[in-house]
Write a protein of this length. Structure first.
Length: 485
């Protein structure tokens, strides 16, 4: 008889410091075969054969602000209803991000996992896959049986991690080994992803050790979570879970990883040299390296920024080298459907005046006056209608919907060539692979927004204290792992 394994989840990274609110339209909601298409990278492999996959519903969104409660309630209710109607299952795959916040609620993933567990009962094996920027509370760790996360930031191993979560689940079911032990410990450190990239030490060595531990006899899997720095909940902090059948070994290894992370807390540094926007632009213009990339980090839409913070654009419009055309630059991007509509009405090649951005997140600047020529208009499956306004040498990308700019094709489809541009300023933190390879040099600008890299000026009050770096002189914590049921 084939194993029957259900699949469902809600995945979003939510900044509670962003005024953006995630509605249903922000989610790619999949059911049935459309959901299974998400896993075509590995469902055709030998280990995945002879299994009846039972796709329920999965909703995935670009990072943003907190989810509207009625949207969470509707999506989670559909998962529970479909789960009840699915018949008997042998296993369940919980595909989540791990940093979803819901307006007025706390620990949304644990809430959903617990409700799923209540339907499944105590004996059905549940495996969860997460982003390493998710949060693992005791409640979430208790509700699932197997739990893992990415080992790379940037997340080049995202699908590999999901495959590992499902393959481990299938192997446990086929072997009849049952539930493994879970050694769990939270580490009172909360750092942004831009300080914990696995490209650099100390994260590089810590995550290399994670993989070594996961391959030891008696260990099923090992995982270290950085946690999510831009939500203000008690669960937000680093965590370690090591699973396996040798409880003494997994406890020792969880303690080892937790201690390594704690001991390294002062060694985590930004992935690139940092500065104010003015310092970064001045350095970029003075440099001979081309293209020179600058991360506009405070409103990064892939970390939870609203996407319409206009402060950086306003500052760039004050730079004479850019507005005169002496130097060229691209700014990606500002979400503003009204400004895009004005560009469409004006038409390509014609002058246009708009007030861009600052309508969802007006905090740093409010709407900024932008006058120039409509350089191009295109349709994008993520960003909707996209317009580029040229003001001197500055090309400002305006989108109808929130969109990250991670790939060269994102620019070339707009008629822009970042490789031949002096400065490329992108709302991003650490550079994704294509931009990282493109950059002749790179600086990270500490700009304002809902995912401000300067955590101390954001105003956290809901996190558990003491917590590094908020309490830099705090005493060493007890890092004894707990064996979760």
């Amino acid at each position: 008889m084939n194993l029957r394994i259900g699949i469902a989840g809600i995945a979003i990274e939510s900044s509670t410091f962003s005024p953006h609110r995630a509605g249903l339209a922000d989610f790619d909601v999949r059911r049935g075969d459309h959901l299974l298409e998400r896993y075509t990278d590995f469902l055709g492999k030998d280990w995945a054969q002879g299994i009846e996959w039972v796709p329920l519903v999965h909703a995935r969104s670009l990072p943003g602000g907190a989810v509207l409660p009625e949207v969470y309630d509707d999506l989670s209710a559909e998962i529970i209803t479909r789960l009840k109607d699915a018949g008997e299952l042998d296993g369940f795959f919980f595909d989540i991000h791990g940093a979803m916040s819901v307006v007025g609620r706390q620990d949304a993933e644990a809430d959903l996992a617990t409700r799923i567990r209540d339907v499944l009962g105590p004996d059905v094996l549940v495996s969860a896959s997460m982003d390493l920027h998710g949060n693992v509370s005791r409640e979430l760790g208790t509700a699932v049986d197997l739990i893992t996360c990415y080992r790379m930031a940037p997340h080049e191993d995202a699908m590999e991690s999901r495959e590992r979560a499902l393959r481990n689940l299938v192997e446990r079911l086929r072997s009849g080994a049952g539930k493994p032990g879970k050694a769990w410990i939270q580490v009172p450190v909360l750092l942004p992803g831009e300080k914990t990239s696995t490209r650099l030490e100390p994260a590089k060595s810590i995550y290399h050790r994670v993989a070594e531990i996961a391959d030891e006899p008696g260990v099923l899997d090992a995982a270290v979570w950085v946690g999510y720095a831009w939500a203000d909940e008690p669960r937000c902090r680093a965590a370690v879970v090591v699973t396996g059948d040798d409880t003494e070994l997994i406890t020792a290894r969880a303690n080892e990883l937790a201690k390594a992370y704690w001991d390294a807390r002062d060694g985590f540094a930004f992935v690139a040299p940092t500065g104010t926007l003015d310092e970064c632009v001045t350095a970029g213009l003075a440099s001979s390296a081309r293209p020179f990339l600058i991360s506009d980090s405070g409103d990064n839409p892939t970390a939870g920024g609203a996407g319409d913070v206009s402060w950086t654009l306003g500052e760039l419009l004050k730079v004479d080298d850019l507005t005169s055309g002496k130097a060229t630059a691209i700014h990606a991007s500002i979400t503003d459907p009204d400004a895009v509509a004005a560009c469409v009405a004006a038409g390509v090649g014609n002058p246009v005046e708009v007030t861009a951005g600052g309508k969802v997140d007006p905090g740093p600047a409010g709407p900024v006056a932008l006058a120039g020529t409509v350089f191009s208009i295109s349709e994008d499956p993520v960003g909707g209608t996209v317009a580029v306004v040229k003001a001197g040498g500055l090309h400002s990308i305006l989108t109808s919907r929130r969109k990250p700019y991670h790939h060269l094709a994102d620019f070339t489809l707009l008629g822009l060539d970042p490789a031949k541009t002096d400065l490329v300023i992108v709302k991003i933190g650490y550079l994704e692979p294509e931009l990282y390879n493109l950059a002749a040099d790179w600086l990270l600008a500490l700009t304002p927004g809902g995912v401000d890299q300067d955590l101390l000026r954001l105003g956290h009050h809901g996190v558990l204290r003491p917590l590094f770096p908020f309490d830099p002189e705090m005493a060493d914590p007890d890092l004894t792992p707990e064996l979760l049921p």
